[in-house]
Design a protein around this ligand. Structure first.
Ligand code: 5GP
Ligand code: ZN
Length: 117
């Protein structure tokens, strides 16, 4: 069911604390932690604690929670003192999504090319 923890989901396990992560921020509804394979000096993932498969499903099922995630991307950027940064929601395997629990990548601390690859 949408929102319920999934036994086979890596990010649900990070929310539950059964897999360790370097957590940089936590709210009642979200967790932000450093990506294990950073692509920039700052590379933080912001996730809803509730399980939704991708950003589109999250926005459709729980728009206020989607807004919480977006608000937290700004909070991470502030904490990391980033003037410019990029927020990415890879959606679908063709776009590079590998974890099927909605997450925003917050990338910054270096020049970021546009358009992205
Ligand atoms: P996606 O490719 O789905 O957009 O992003 C998934 C991200 O999760 C990748 O950037 C990957 O490096 C990161 N990741 C995968 N496994 C782990 C993990 O166990 N811990 C952390 N902190 N990040 C992970
Ligand atoms: Zn999950």
């Amino acid at each position: 069911m949408a929102g319920e923890p999934q036994d086979d989901c890596l990010f649900c396990k990070i929310v539950a604390g059964s897999i360790p992560a370097t957590i940089v921020r936590e709210t009642e509804t979200t967790v932000a932690f450093r990506d294990i394979n950073p692509q920039a000096p700052t590379h933080v993932l912001v996730i809803p604690k509730a399980h939704h498969t991708d950003a589109a499903a999250l926005a459709a099922a729980a728009p206020e929670l989607a807004a919480d995630v977006l608000r937290e991307t700004q909070a991470v950027a502030d904490e990391e003192k980033l003037d410019s940064y990029r927020v990415v929601f890879n959606t679908g395997s063709g776009a590079g999504q590998t974890v099927w629990h909605a997450h925003a990548h917050v990338l910054g601390g270096r020049g970021l090319n546009w358009p992205p690859g």
